[in-house]
Design a protein around this ligand. Sequence first.
Ligand SMILES: [Zn+2]
Ligand SMILES: [Zn+2]
Length: 357
Amino acid sequence: MTQATATPAKGYAAHSATSPLEAWDFERRAPRPDDVSIEILYCGVCHSDLHFAQDDWGMASYPVVPGHEIVGRVTAVGDKVANYQVGDMVGVGCMVDSCRQCKACNDGLENYCAEGFVMTYGSPDKHDGTLTQGGYSDSVVVSERFVVRIPDKLDIKSAAPILCAGITTYSPLKHYGVKPGDKVGIIGMGGLGHMGVKLAKALGAEVTLFTRSESKKAEAKKQGADHVVISTNEDEMGAITETFDFMLDTVPVQHDINPYLNALKPDGTHILVGLLEPIDPAISGANLVFRRRVLAGSLIGGMPETQEVLDFCAEKGITCDVEMINIDQINEAWERMQKGDVKYRFVIDMASIKNAG
Ligand SMILES: [Zn+2]
Ligand SMILES: [Zn+2]
């Protein structure tokens, strides 16, 4: 039986766009019949956490506890929970609810819910209107539909980033039909890009990493890339015209997409997962039209596919490269992340929150 009272929680919150994260005591909602209560063990640190908290997207609400790469242990389940038991190792990603009725939701594509999904932090709860709060905290309460199982074979610390970085790259590779032997380019090697390399490789593709920095060449090979192209080198870019079946573009800031379109074969597909703004410089229509190329986009993935990528990573032995931190190092970690100084994801050891002031 679930004890239906709100429970005290400890988190790290931003109280304004300019204030650092600091310890904050708050409450998790009284569990509903379909809710799973989770003790958070680890939480990955995603660029979106920082963008949201610093209000770069103009959608922030405060205080906000960021964090949407959550791994933890089930501590209680509601009466209607069918698939989880106390003690299970589980994960929560970028969403905690949706309308559960539209076509997208019925197809297991809650990420494309017609009403918009409820984000793990900073969204109003559909039932009581309170703001959701994320994983930089010691516990969370989530409807079982938005909980996934962490396979036994996965190392739980490095599994956390699969819940955002992993699914964001896996979903488009699967949806657009990457198959063994395809030539796939991965643009950028941050948290998303390095997972893209590993996942595309595991799907049987021949993988080329595009990066601006010569220094990442050896590192990319170590991650499994077959080839590395320095995107600022005109000779290297000129040598790959009409070579690729797919480009997975993980770069979240403006960059010229035209040279990458020209690196696609006829019918090739360029998939955006990082860039949300109007594209600048503009794309020449000719680069699409003359070779019937496709420009596409993709946003995280639905709940069934989030379970699928976790199982796939367990089966193939894929983990995220992580750097563990304590919660009181989070502000420093955000500064380093902004400079690209992390290989490739920070993960917070949440045991550290018990002693953090
Ligand atoms: Zn994320
Ligand atoms: Zn829906």
